[in-house]
Structure formats: C-alpha cells, structure tokens
Design a binder for this molecule. Structure first.
Ligand code: ADP
Ligand code: MG
Length: 464
C-alpha cells in the first residue's frame, strides 16, 4: 500500500487515540485496519458486523473529517467487516487486499455514488441521505406520533399539506431520521420532484462560498427552484445575520410558489434565540410538531427492533434494563446496544446483565446522574405543589424560590453532580446560587423542625 496513506492513517490513529482515550481506542478503534484507497474512497476493515455498526454510528463522521484533513482526495469512507470480506486480512496493512464490500457497507454515511435515488436534482448541494433512516424502521410511540404522522403526510402528499413542517425536539430523538425518511420516500416515489436536504450549517457554508466566488445569483436560483427544501438543525443560523437574511428570502420565495419546506430544530420557533421575530413567525406558521423525550415503552420498542436488525441474541431482561437506565436519547440507547453486542461478539460470550455492566459503566453513570436531578426536581415540585417549570424559571417569590432551593440542596446531597452542573439544570443558574441554596436549607433545617421534617421526608422518598 501507498506509504503516504499508511502514514496518514498512523497520524489519524494517534489523533483518535488522544481524542477518545485509551480504553475506547483499544476496544473500538484499534481493531480498524486500513485496506487502501479506491477512487476517492478509503476502505477500512473491522472484525465483525456489530463493530462495524458501532463505528459507523459513533466515529464515521470523525473519521471522514480526519481523513479529508489529511488527504484532500478522500471523499468517502467505506467500512467493511471481515465476515463479509472473506478470510482474515493481515493487520500490517502492507498489502492492498480488495475486500468484497456489500453495497450497504460501503455506502452508509456517505453519498452513495451509484444510488439511483441521488441521480436527480442538485446533488452537489444535497447532503448525503443516510440509507439507514426510513419510515419503516422508525418506531412510533406517544412521544413522536405527531411528528411521524406529519412527516409521512408531507412525504406522501401530492399537494403541500402545511408549510413549513417544523419538527423540533432534543438531541438524538429522531429529527434527522424523519427528515431523511421524507426525502427518501419522495425520491423513491416521485423522482422528478427536486429536493434539497441539508443541514443549516451546510447551507451557511454554501452561502458563504457563493459570496466568496461571486455566484450568489446561481446560489439563489438553485435554492429557489426546488420542489422540496429540507433544512436540518436550523438553530445553527441563530445569530448569523446574513445567512438568516438569505434563508428568509429563500423561504418566502418557496412558500409563495407553494413548494414544500421541512425544517428541524432543537427548540420550537419561538424559543430559538438569536433569530429575527419575522423569521420566527414564518417558521411557526405551518405545522409545528414536537418530538418529546422518549418513554420507557418507546425505548424498549426501539431496542427490540435494533436488536433484531443486528441479528443479536439479547435477553429481554437486558433490553428492559437498558430501556430503564438510558433515558437521555435514542442515539445513546442505540450506541449502548451496539457496544454490548460488539463486546459480546468480540470476546465470544453470550450477552447477560453482567456483561452489560462490564461494557457500559460510563454510560450508566452518566445517565443515572441525569435521572437523579430530573427526579429530584419532579418530586420536590410535587411535594410543594408548584409547577415543575418553576424549577428553572426566573421567578424569585418565596413560594417557588424555597422549593427550588430544597431541590438544589437535595441534588447536592444525593447526586455526584458538581455545583455548576446542578446550577445549569436549574435554569442556567450560577454555582454560587446553588451554594447559597445549600447553606440556606441547612440553616432552616437547624432552626425549623417542621421544615427539616419536610426535607427529610423528601430525601427518604428519593433515596428509595
Ligand atoms: P436528532 O437528529 O433528533 O438529533 P437522529 O435522527 O440523528 O436524532 O436520531 C439518533 C439515532 O436514533 C438515529 O440512529 C436514529 O435512527 C435513532 N432513532 C431516533 N428515534 C428513533 C425511533 N423512534 N425509532 C428508531 N430509531 C430512532
Ligand atoms: Mg439531527
């Protein structure tokens, strides 16, 4: 193999090692073998299918970035697993050994060059569509049923049903999944409709580039002539005035022509800071669908379907345990499952609850911390009969300030979180506010037995 390539790979590995830490590197990244470069695609090999899934989920973007930085000719990364690539491959990387890549293997995460779906339209600016994301493999539950129904409607409708469709929700809850599913559906069923799907960040970069190369007219023309414009993570353009201005005009022009727009963001239109009022009201004037945090049932459903897709034998007890413990978002949930499955395959042992604890100590720790603060806030609000939102509101009247202080105090006592971490969860308050709350509650407990009893009772409930 090309010596330059091997050296670039060595630098990338060194970089990943320092970014990810020794144990992650050893378990997941070290087993990656460079096979070589084919056209503009770097081929990598991993020992098995579940590791492949995990690496694609967690590291594909980063790998691609690092490669492109090292070698401008690299446009794609293809990851294959040994089971698909035939007999063992030497790990020195000294010879080029053409592996037999499944189509899906080489194409995930990167724009599949031979994908007929991508042949149409302005593909040079349409971001890659992830082939893993479809309506079929999106699990629907209460928290996302509205968003899902709205997305399907937009994908299937012959005429624009509402404009824009605005999907919002926290990170890792399925916004990008649904956007991709819409785009793929439209491309598959009405291939002559022109679609642009890209992140707001990419939109900005394209716009800046157009400014620099003085082809703003072409840029405008391109975006204003599509049938469907989909912009992911629109909160990114907050505070970026000229991009916002351009986006606003594009938006209006498309709405005027009755073309479909689909937007995603991490907050509702009204809550995104740093965008103009006129933009907010425009964004909110179609259908706004929130994707709520997952419920236990939804998490379990997702895990079951992912385990099936991985063809892994995961006991129900393990799935239930994960669904109960990992509440933050679906991406983490998926990541955890991939890690367990990959881990078990790697050491050749069946998956059990014990092995889960072995593979995921960090994930479980991080999640139990998050659960704790949220739980304390909920129980305390309930106990004092105030709204949960008052825990992070700016109101200072005693009726809400006192329970808030109690909750902060309990967070300090019952969770391993630092004062700044706690403050952040209480409406971005400063750590000194938390410190003050802790002292105040201690004083009151000393001077007021009834109050002390209240706090004690809460603590007992929470510790249970
Ligand atoms: P977001 O864009 O909201 O941050 P993503 O769409 O990237 O989140 O979702 C993160 C991961 O979780 C993806 O791998 C996605 O497929 C998966 N996911 C999220 N929600 C669901 C769901 N309801 N069913 C199946 N997979 C889901
Ligand atoms: Mg996303």
């Amino acid at each position: 193999m090309d010596r330059d390539l091997a050296q670039q790979w060595a630098r990338i590995r060194a970089r990943l090692r320092s970014e990810c830490g020794e144990s992650v590197f050893r378990n997941w990244l070290k087993p990656l073998t460079l096979i070589g470069m084919e056209g503009d695609c770097i081929r990598l090999l991993v020992p098995n299918r579940s590791m492949k899934g995990w690496i694609e989920d967690q590291y594909a973007d980063r790998l691609q970035e690092l490669w492109t930085r090292e070698n401008a000719a690299v446009r794609n990364i293809g990851i294959a697993h040994e089971e698909s690539a035939g007999p063992s491959t030497d790990t020195t990387g000294a010879t080029h050994r053409p592996a037999q890549f499944h189509k899906e293997t080489a194409a995930t995460r990167t724009q599949p060059r031979d994908d007929a779906l991508n042949d149409d339209g302005p593909k040079d600016i349409c971001g890659p569509l992830n082939s893993r994301f479809s309506f079929d493999n999106f699990i629907v539950g209460k928290p996302n049923e509205l968003a899902f129904a709205a997305a399907r409607r937009v994908a299937e409708a012959e005429r624009v049903p509402f404009n824009p469709l605005f999907l919002f929700g926290g990170v890792g809850l399925g916004k990008t999944h649904l956007m991709n599913a819409i785009a793929r559906h439209i491309r598959a069923h009405t291939p002559d409709r022109r679609i642009i799907y890209l992140s707001a960040e990419k939109f900005m970069h394209e716009f800046v580039r157009a400014l620099r190369y003085k082809n703003v007219m072409a840029f405008k023309e391109q975006y204003r002539s599509v049938d469907v414009l989909m912009i992911d993570d629109v909160q990114f353009i907050a505070g970026k005035e000229s991009t916002q201005e351009e986006f606003f005009h594009t938006f209006n022009s498309l709405v005027d022509q009755n073309r479909q727009i689909v937007i995603s963001a991490d907050k509702s239109p009204a809550e995104i800071d740093g965008i103009e009022e006129r933009m907010k009201s425009r964004l909110g004037c179609g259908l706004v669908a929130e994707i709520h945090s997952t419920t236990y049932e939804l998490r379990l459903g997702i895990l079951q379907s992912k385990a099936e897709a991985l063809e892994a034998d995961v006991p129900d007890g393990v799935l239930e345990f994960l669904a109960r413990k990992i509440t933050s978002n679906v991406r983490e949930l998926e990541g955890a499952l991939n890690r367990i499955v990959a881990g078990a395959t790697l050491v050749g042992r069946p998956i059990t609850l014990d092995s889960v604890l072995d593979w995921l100590p960090d994930v479980l720790r991080a999640n139990s911390r998050k659960v704790a603060i949220a739980e304390i806030q909920r129980s305390t609000a309930e106990h004092f009969n105030i709204k949960l939102s008052e825990m992070s509101s700016a109101r200072r009247s005693r009726a809400v300030a006192r329970p808030r202080q109690v909750a902060m105090y309990l967070c300090k006592m019952l969770t391993p979180c630092s004062l700044p971490e706690i403050g952040k969860k209480f409406g971005k308050r400063d750590h000194t506010t938390v410190m003050h709350a802790v002292r105040r509650v201690e004083e009151l407990c000393n001077s007021d037995p009834a109050f002390a009893e209240d706090v004690e009772q809460l603590r007992r409930v929470l510790e249970h």
